[in-house]
Design a protein around this ligand. Structure first.
Ligand code: AP5
Ligand code: ZN
Length: 215
């Protein structure tokens, strides 16, 4: 199964991708996670991306399309779930073209819908583990011990782009450049809208219903 998971910053794409991977055994391809890895390694791509990411604007399409095409090509036959990509209509067109070359395509597009106030609360409260990548929220999904990862005891950190100021830019960027991707897909296929304001288990239940129907 090849899934695209769309949604504003903080809609819960990463959180629910982990649940999807657990249930359906798909490969999780997160453009944001790949970029953060490139930055941590100090690669050319990482260096080029960092200014855009810290400001809450998009990394240029050509860099992203090349990076994600490689990731999609390397995915096993079992399929993948895309998180954070495509984020512009240009990226969506490039993805369709690249999959069509191999005679395949996207099986389902899911759109997590969430209000702006919830986005700000979720993003400013997010903490992640630099060691294992686990994601927490100070109120909604707190670790057992404040500031410490449940899995490995590492000190949790806040992403540099998770401040209230940068979130405003990320939301504006989303409405300007990424919401048109939802329309792009709606014009071509069925898009499953999933309300994502509720707690994570309730969101996952609706999401699984949609995806189970495709198996
Ligand atoms: P990226 O890392 O993709 O950030 P994003 O899209 O802004 O998404 P987030 O990771 O912030 O949120 P999420 O939806 O995964 O939410 P999460 O599950 O963590 O991109 C970062 C930057 O990289 C971009 O700004 C850009 O510069 C660049 N970039 C990436 N892809 C690009 C592309 N394709 N093109 C160009 N540039 C690109 O949840 C958030 C918090 O809420 C967590 O704390 C979680 O615990 C909590 N939570 C989640 N769901 C619930 C729930 N239902 N109830 C309560 N709490 C919840
Ligand atoms: Zn950890």
């Amino acid at each position: 199964m090849r899934v695209v998971l769309l949604g504003a910053p903080g809609a819960g794409k990463g959180t629910h991708c982990k649940k999807i991977v657990g249930r359906y055994g798909l490969l999780h391809l997160s453009s944001g996670d790949i970029l953060r890895r490139e930055r941590a390694e100090g690669s050319d791509l990482g260096k080029k991306a960092q200014g855009y990411m810290d400001a809450g604007t998009l990394v240029p399409d050509d860099l992203i399309v090349e990076m994600m095409s490689k990731a999609v090509k390397g995915a096993p036959d079992g399929g993948f779930v895309l998180d954070g990509f495509p984020r512009t209509v240009h990226q969506a067109e490039a993805l369709d073209r690249s999959l069509a070359k191999d005679g395949s395509g996207i099986d389902v597009v899911v759109n997590l819908q969430v209000g702006d106030e919830i986005v700000v609360d979720r993003i400013t409260g997010r903490r992640s583990c630099p060691k294992c990548g686990a994601v927490y929220h100070v109120k909604n999904m707190p670790p057992k011990q404040e500031g410490v990862c449940d899995h490995d005891g590492a000190a949790l950190v806040q992403r540099p782009d998770d401040t209230a100021d940068v979130v405003k830019n990320r939301l504006a960027t989303y409405y300007e450049q990424t919401e048109p991707v939802v329309e792009y897909y709606k014009a071509r296929r069925d898009v499953r809208d999933v309300p994502a304001d509720g707690d994570a288990d309730a969101v996952a239940a609706v999401l699984f219903e949609e995806l189970d129907a495709l198996r």
